[in-house]
Write a protein that binds this ligand. Structure first.
Ligand SMILES: [Fe+2]
Ligand SMILES: [Fe+2]
Length: 320
């Protein structure tokens, strides 16, 4: 008699999945999941992983020109963390049954995207501070709810990532604080940097809810826990008092406290700019992808060596 368990019917598997989601429990790699859920997760986790890796470039641009050994050490650690985030996320994505080489291929061929924010240039050292404060700050708003996402490996990766992101945000704020306590020229540099990064940071939360067709399904699956507009509002409310403490002006004349709503009102980002950047026409899209492709080709010998080493180790283990 066969001991293989009888596969439960499709309906029963779907019911078990729905019950797990309803109880806010985790879906794990070996559990049955609908195809759409798997595809949505692969797309979201891969896009997140690609963003971490491409995101090393704007700040990496300043490692060789950091103004002191201390600043260089901080920046190196920060950029290295982002590489680590990429690795955790590629690993989490692979548990969904897709190979890392395939994910990298989709990035390099433009079939998968990364966050639009990394297509903006870093023109001054103040940008290192502004990216930490605003870009990592926005990433934290986006990512803290993902620690409770329904897919286990993704949620667990996010817990560690969020701890490191909060270090990134603090180091950015501290850098800007130091510059704001410096000369007029340094204060002007900070303000100019904040002026450039404010609107692109707001766009990091994605299009308005009304134009975000996947949000509803992602929230029903517990992949996403808050809508784009909710997170954007949270980020604005969190950032305004920090800007005041820092002594910088956020470049939005419509920004004001609304006591009735108990939130800040703020202006509408230029959504046509986000569309253009996503389509590949941001200031640095071409440069970022060219750099990534060159780095991938330069690393070919490492992948070959690692593959050869793994094959030899496996053969040795087999011989024993
Ligand atoms: Fe990161
Ligand atoms: Fe970060």
């Amino acid at each position: 008699m066969s001991t293989t368990p009888v596969e439960p019917a499709e309906a029963a598997r779907q019911a078990a999945f729905d019950a797990t989601i309803a109880h806010h429990d985790r879906i794990e790699p070996r559990d049955w999941m609908p195809d759409g859920y798997r595809k949505t997760l692969i797309r979201q986790i891969a896009q997140h992983a690609h963003s971490e890796i491409i995101g090393m470039q704007p700040e990496g641009n300043w490692i060789g020109r950091a103004p002191s050994l201390r600043r260089k050490a901080i920046l190196l650690a920060k950029v290295q963390d982002e590489a680590g985030h990429g690795l955790y996320l590629y690993s989490a994505c692979e548990t969904l049954g897709i190979a890392r080489s395939e994910l990298v291929d989709m990035l390099l061929s433009g079939r998968q995207k990364y966050s639009s924010i990394f297509n903006y240039p870093t023109l001054s050292y103040a940008d290192v501070g502004t990216i930490g404060w605003l870009v990592d700050g926005a990433a934290i708003c986006n990512q803290v709810p993902l620690c409770r996402t329904s897919y286990g490996p993704y949620g667990r990766a996010m817990i560690r990532i969020c701890k490191e992101e909060s270090f990134h945000q603090r180091q950015g704020y501290e850098l800007l604080r130091t510059m704001m306590d410096g000369t007029d020229a340094q204060r002007a540099m900070v303000q100019e940097s904040v002026d450039r990064f404010w609107w692109p940071s707001l766009m990091m939360f994605g299009p308005p809810d009304a134009e975000s067709p996947n949000t509803e399904q992602s929230m029903a699956w517990g992949v996403k826990r808050n809508s784009n507009d909710e997170l954007r509002q949270k980020f604005v409310d969190m950032t305004v008092p920090q800007a005041q403490a820092l002594g910088v002006t956020l470049p939005d004349p419509a920004l004001r406290w609304n006591a009735e709503r108990d939130h800040h009102d703020f202006g509408e980002p230029d959504w046509s700019e986000l569309t253009a950047v996503i389509r590949g026409n941001g200031p640095c899209n071409t440069e970022r992808m060219a750099h990534r492709r060159a780095a991938h080709e330069d690393g070919a010998w490492v992948r070959e060596a690692a593959t050869a080493f793994a094959a030899r180790s496996a053969a040795k283990a087999g011989a024993r």
